[in-house]
Ligand binder design. Structure first.
Ligand code: 13P
Ligand code: SF4
Length: 305
């Protein structure tokens, strides 16, 4: 069987089983090709509410599938590969955040969407990398406890100087391992390239950016820009997607280490097995947890527009 045969088979079963396939933009090209929708975390959350199909397969990490289930409890939601988790989402327990909240009772908890459902229950509002600045500006609270990503938190803090921020020390192990030296090396290898970076990278990396944004933000910027060369400071799948989308431009990875092994564990074969009921994991969520957690996602969509 070839990749194309498998894709055709997936498209057929998908139609027959009334299933929608959502894919985060860190998926491989072959998965993006068979998905009904590809996007960043924010776009996937919004899309999850409006898909008419009875079943949803999330090709992404666990918190993304949980978000779909929270927003569409009547649907059967599956994570394409049960071992695809986001390490950042599990860095802090609900109890740890509750203890910090007690120290700062006047602070609103703003949680990056890369958190477990449990953690979302103690958040006032969720944000994604594309909506964090807008939402932190829009919420009425002046004091913000931003969890868990210190790098995204530092970026937002710099963009919203009118508010007071407390940050925790969490972060993405993939983006946070990139150093200033990696940027200098990429820039010296490609002196004419613009540098587009995800705010999960460290401030000393982000400071060199020509553009800072989410995976969709980076993609849109590169598509619309008149420039011809770009260094991509996020997961390396975006480099290949952009090369397909803009064949007349050149895209370079910031580092060969920018690989999210959790996203990359998901294969086209996993999607096929999940569709056939022979793989993946159905997301089951107790209604009490769902109702407590979804409030922060609803608030995100309300403020995020
Ligand atoms: P986006 O919101 O940009 O899709 O980011 C999700 C993510 O996990 C980045 O590491
Ligand atoms: Fe989580 Fe980082 Fe992977 Fe995104 S790239 S899913 S934040 S580990």
């Amino acid at each position: 069987m070839t990749v194309r045969d498998l894709q055709d088979e997936i498209l057929k079963i998908k139609r027959d089983t009334d299933t929608c396939i959502l894919a985060h933009s860190y998926m491989t090209e072959e998965i993006c090709e068979i998905a009904d929708f590809v996007g960043d975390s924010y776009a996937l959350s919004v899309k999850a509410k409006s898909t008419p199909e009875k079943n949803v397969i999330m090709c992404g990490v666990r918190f993304m599938a949980e978000t779909v289930k929270m927003l569409s409890p009547q649907k059967r939601v599956y994570l394409a590969n049960a071992s695809a988790g986001c390490p950042m989402a599990e860095q802090f327990s609900k109890e740890e955040i509750e203890a910090v909240k007690k120290m700062y009772p006047a602070y609103a908890v703003v949680a990056y969407i890369n958190t477990t459902a449990e953690l979302k229950t103690v958040a006032d509002v969720c944000v994604t990398s594309s909506s964090a600045v807008k939402i932190c500006k829009a919420i009425p609270q002046k004091n913000i406890l931003f969890i868990p990503d210190i790098n995204l938190g530092s970026y937002v803090k710099a963009q919203v100087p009118e508010k007071n921020f407390k940050l925790l020390s969490g972060g993405c192990p993939t983006h946070a391992k990139i150093e200033e030296e990696d940027v200098k090396a990429a820039k010296s290898a490609h002196p004419n390239a613009l540098f587009l970076v995800h705010p999960e990278c460290r401030p000393e990396v982000v400071k060199y950016a020509d553009y800072v944004g989410s995976t969709s933000g980076i993609t849109d910027y590169a598509k619309l820009s008149a420039a011809k060369e770009f260094i991509i400071g996020t997961e390396n799948s975006i480099v290949q997607h952009l090369q397909f989308t803009c064949p007349d431009k050149k895209f370079y990875p910031l580092s060969k280490d920018l690989v999210c092994h959790n996203m990359k564990i998901i294969t086209l074969n996993d999607v096929y097995a999940c569709l056939k009921g022979e793989g993946g994991e159905e997301i089951v969520m107790n209604e009490e947890l769902r109702l407590a957690a979804v409030k922060s996602i609803d608030k995100m969509i309300e403020y995020g527009g």
